[in-house]
Ligand binder design. Structure first.
Ligand SMILES: [Zn+2]
Ligand SMILES: [Zn+2]
Length: 289
């Protein structure tokens, strides 16, 4: 059994490395760009961790689905033609993805987990793997809920997994390929690159994983013509390295630590001399994007 998914890695290299050379969005980006090693560790270790956690989640969803959804309805859904089930599945799963992804941007505690993904400063297919496991499990769990609870059959579920995986690598890749009018329906590299842009006008935009149409409908779309971002990442102090990033959301933020230090020093200096008034520097507003 290929637990580490070496075949998947080889296949992705064969597909994306030549495409990123031929159709580069950012020509100056090197194959071995900064922090590629971190993302390779994510590929191996996160893949294993998430497979384990998601198989437990899927088991729970199947049991809950049997309990909550009438068997007749599940049988009806499972009996629909493949070409009806597959688009229905993609729409439902991406609504789940969109909703939880938006929550990860909105709620400050959840943002700390998601900031790890937004710490990517050089986007390519490999960087797609840099996702904190808590983020991955909750977002993926939300998209898998309708997939496994409503009774969809095995073939459209397998096709959905295949499309989701390759589209996810593709939209992070350093590839510029025009989608024409389809860009308002299907998430493209340009669409998701704007989600990762460190440009204030693009913060909290383009949440969908597969269907840009959802952002059109919910008013969160940002796609200025054929332009692509010039800066990626977040101003949050996300450290580098897999294990440091795993711990980052649980650690006391550096800003708070600095503020606490400042307050302690201020109290100390007030005690020592009654002369000065110390104004603590307020926290910077939390960037989101
Ligand atoms: Zn995001
Ligand atoms: Zn992304």
């Amino acid at each position: 059994m290929d637990l580490l998914n070496l075949k998947g890695l080889l296949l992705a290299i064969v597909v994306f490395v030549p495409l990123e050379r031929l159709f580069a969005m950012h020509h100056e980006q090197k194959l071995f760009r900064p922090r590629w090693q971190d993302d390779l560790v994510y590929f191996f270790l996160n893949g294993l961790l998430i497979k384990l956690a998601l198989s437990t989640t899927v088991g729970a969803i199947v049991v809950a689905g049997m309990w909550l959804v009438p068997a007749d309805f599940q049988n009806w859904v499972g009996g629909l033609p493949f070409w009806v089930q597959l688009p229905a599945l993609i729409v439902l799963a991406d609504i789940g993805f969109y909703s939880v992804h938006r929550l990860f941007h909105k709620i400050p505690y959840l943002w700390k987990f998601h900031a790890v993904h937004h710490s990517i400063e050089d986007l390519d297919w490999l960087a797609a793997h840099r996702v904190h496991p808590v983020d991955q499990i909750l977002t993926k769990g939300a998209s898998l809920l309708p997939v496994f609870a409503l009774g969809f059959s095995a073939a459209p579920i397998a096709a959905y997994f295949f499309l989701y995986h390759w589209q996810s690598l593709f939209i992070h890749s350093n590839i510029k390929i025009g989608f024409g009018p389809l860009r308002w329906l299907i998430a493209s590299p340009q669409f998701h690159h704007w989600h990762h842009a460190n440009h204030p006008e693009a913060f909290d935009k383009n949440f969908a994983g597969q269907l840009s149409l959802l952002d059109m409908l919910f008013g969160t779309m940002h796609m200025p013509g054929n332009e692509v971002p010039t800066r990626y990442g977040t101003d949050d102090p996300v450290p580098s390295g897999y294990f440091r990033q795993l711990l980052y959301p649980f650690a006391r933020s550096r800003k708070k630590a600095v503020a606490a230090n400042g307050a302690a020093m201020a109290a100390d200096s007030v005690e020592k001399s009654d002369a000065g008034v110390f104004a603590a520097k307020p926290d910077q507003p939390q960037p989101v994007g």
